[in-house]
Design a protein around this ligand. Structure first.
Ligand code: SAM
Length: 171
């Protein structure tokens, strides 16, 4: 009998722990903050200037918070892969993003492009992959951003995927 649940991530809980890769047809939501205090402290320490937190969930990090789920009470409610009407180009020095992991192929591409459009100095991106070329350049804006740091942390769930936080700085 299963004794591990992902009750704070209902879309994952529904599939008994498998990450739902069904695309963005259903909104991946969170019921509480997933990052612990120590992770938030590290992230906070990485911010330079005005910070936009994309896909913020219940986390209060950032000067401006953006999420598609109104339940998270973000400052901006919109699709992270299309922020054009809400966030101007180079509008924030730092952009932090921990996106849903069920994004469709094209959505992931569009999200990464949008992050590099709205950030002027730094992108902090958490996922299970690193969106960089073998030379460490941000794939969607190779002239603009390069890796400056990579952090890895391990969730409490027994076989939980490690989380990779990559920091890209303007070249
Ligand atoms: C992995 S969670 C973020 C969790 C957060 N880092 C924490 O520690 O609590 C991803 C967030 O993306 C939001 N989201 C899902 N689809 C989105 C979309 N298309 N555009 C913007 N936000 C979206 C969800 O509502 C959720 O809050």
């Amino acid at each position: 009998m299963a004794n591990v649940t992902y009750k704070n991530q209902p879309a994952i809980d529904k599939t008994n722990g498998s990450v739902p890769l069904a695309g963005t047809s259903h909104l991946y939501t969170v019921k509480k903050r997933l990052w612990g205090d120590s992770i938030e402290e590290v992230l906070q320490g990485l911010f330079i200037g005005q910070t936009l937190h994309v896909c913020c969930g219940k986390s209060m990090l950032g000067d401006v918070r953006l999420d598609a789920d109104i339940e998270n009470e973000p400052d901006i409610v919109c699709d992270a892969a299309n922020m054009i009407e809400h966030v101007k180009s180079n509008g924030f020095e730092t952009v932090l993003c921990d996106p849903p992991y069920n994004g469709k192929f094209q959505w992931n591409h569009d999200l990464l492009t949008e992050l590099s459009r709205v950030a002027s100095k730094r992108i902090i991106f958490q996922h299970w992959f690193i969106p960089a070329t073998p030379k460490g350049l941000y794939k969607k804006a190779q002239e603009k951003f390069a890796i400056s740091d990579v952090y890895v942390w391990q969730p409490k769930t027994y076989f939980g995927r490690v989380q990779v936080v990559t920091v890209f700085d303007a070249i």
